[in-house]
Design a protein around this ligand. Structure first.
Ligand SMILES: [Fe+2]
Length: 215
């Protein structure tokens, strides 16, 4: 419990320095109000990360000074973490999310209603990893979404805009129903991920003509 708690505190203090926008600060305030006391702890049985090599590779790649304390905290908390693979449960059945995503993702919830180490009915905060060379198709969801990106090299597409690379240390905020897609390069994508509310609603794919070339 202790290392997970320290990691959440480290994430909170990093975001406190970083977030400016009102909607993002509101998410942070909700996070600050979640109890990290023992009575709110929901013990998760730790496991070997299913994408262990990619996790190690991602952590090793983190070398920018402001992110070092977070890297250390993740490393220390990793012995307490339970990793899950999304086998499509974030999507409607037979959504067509595709083999790239299904084979290439894992997440660990630090806070959440069921799989979180600390309980919250709606708020979900965790680590999210995609393996190298994964294309994560354009999709949207009712939950607003905050990513703290920890690794370099991943490109993002928002709505109909052109692809852009987001560097380690960047924050990506998706308003509810903002369409987004990701292309991971050689470095695995590792991030802190947060859905503050509407977090049990499914993701919806938004088809694009270039999926055939990208997958
Ligand atoms: Fe998303």
């Amino acid at each position: 419990m202790e290392q997970t708690k320290k990691l959440i505190i480290e994430i909170t203090s990093f975001l406190d320095k970083k977030l400016k926008n009102k909607a993002q600060r509101e998410i942070l305030n909700t996070l600050k109000n979640i109890s990290l006391e023992k009575k709110n702890y929901n013990h998760q049985i730790p496991n070997t990360p299913p994408k262990r090599n990619s996790l190690q590779k991602a952590l090793k790649s983190i070398n920018s000074k402001p992110l070092i304390p977070l890297r250390k905290s993740i490393f220390l908390a990793s012995n307490e973490m339970k990793w899950n693979i999304d086998n499509g449960s974030f999507y409607e059945k037979n959504s067509g999310i595709g083999k790239h995503y299904l084979k290439g993702n894992m997440n660990s919830e630090l806070i959440g209603p069921i799989n979180g180490s600390f309980k919250s009915n709606e708020f979900r905060l965790g680590l999210f990893l995609l393996e190298p060379n994964i294309f994560y198709k354009d999709h949207k969801h009712e939950a607003p979404e905050l990513y703290l990106n920890l690794t370099n090299g991943t490109h993002w597409r928002f709505s109909n805009r052109i692809w852009e690379e987001k560097n380690a240390g960047s924050v990506i905020y998706n308003e509810p129903n903002m369409v987004h897609a990701m292309k991971v390069n050689e470095i695995p994508f590792l991030s802190i991920w947060c859905w503050p509310y509407n977090s049990s609603k499914k993701c919806v794919l938004v088809p694009r003509k270039d999926w055939i070339e990208l997958e």
